[in-house]
Design a protein around this ligand. Structure first.
Ligand SMILES: Cc1cc2nc3c(=O)[nH]c(=O)nc-3n(C[C@H](O)[C@H](O)[C@H](O)COP(=O)(O)O)c2cc1C
Length: 164
């Protein structure tokens, strides 16, 4: 799959003690439009998956092209990854990356299916906030940027719109 390019996200959640967790994730799929549902595949050894299980909620932070350092931090074993980025809690309490994400989708878990060493987590999107921007990409085992700027007529997203 090395040649398959994806966007990059940081999936965040809070555990039962309200501590933030987050990991770099490129297994995001826009699964269904009605109801608006995303899925992510999380390694069953990750602390972030444990927090998602505990809280039943997660946020998908879509990284902008300048978010490479954040992607590397949230893919590392650094003990306090949130200390290295600017972040805030949304009104529902989920961590949002303020400078590195161009959009954030907040989800309530609807289904979880274990497949081998990962869990496929489905989330009903109840809030989207952000501005169109050039995204960070990953492929050929490297982070990269789009070779063309995004179109200028994209509209900002501030609610669940039903568009992909
Ligand atoms: C480009 C990239 C994509 C990744 N995608 C995923 C993914 O989709 N699911 C996953 O579980 N881990 C993924 N990882 C690995 C996690 O980010 C990494 O294991 C992280 O340290 C787990 O953190 P945690 O155990 O504290 O939650 C990815 C790493 C990189 C570099």
């Amino acid at each position: 799959m090395n040649g398959y390019y994806t966007g990059i996200t940081v999936v965040t959640a809070v555990d039962a003690q309200d501590r933030p967790h987050g990991l770099t994730c490129n297994s995001l799929v826009s699964a269904t439009l009605d109801p608006p549902t995303l899925l992510v595949c999380l390694d069953n050894r990750t602390g972030t998956l444990a927090a998602v299980r505990e809280s039943g909620a997660f946020a998908v932070n879509l990284l902008a092209e300048g978010g490479r350092e954040a992607a590397e931090i949230f893919a590392s074993r650094a003990p306090d990854r949130f200390a290295a980025v600017k972040w805030e809690r949304s009104p529902s309490g989920l961590p949002r990356l303020v400078d590195d994400a161009f959009a954030v989708a907040e989800c309530a878990v609807t289904h979880m299916h274990t497949v081998g060493d990962h869990v496929v987590v489905f989330g009903l999107v109840h809030d989207i906030d952000g501005e169109p921007a050039s995204p960070l990409l990953y492929g050929m085992r490297a982070f990269t940027k789009p070779s063309h700027p995004p179109p200028t007529d994209l509209v900002a997203t501030s609610q669940v719109s039903g568009r992909r």
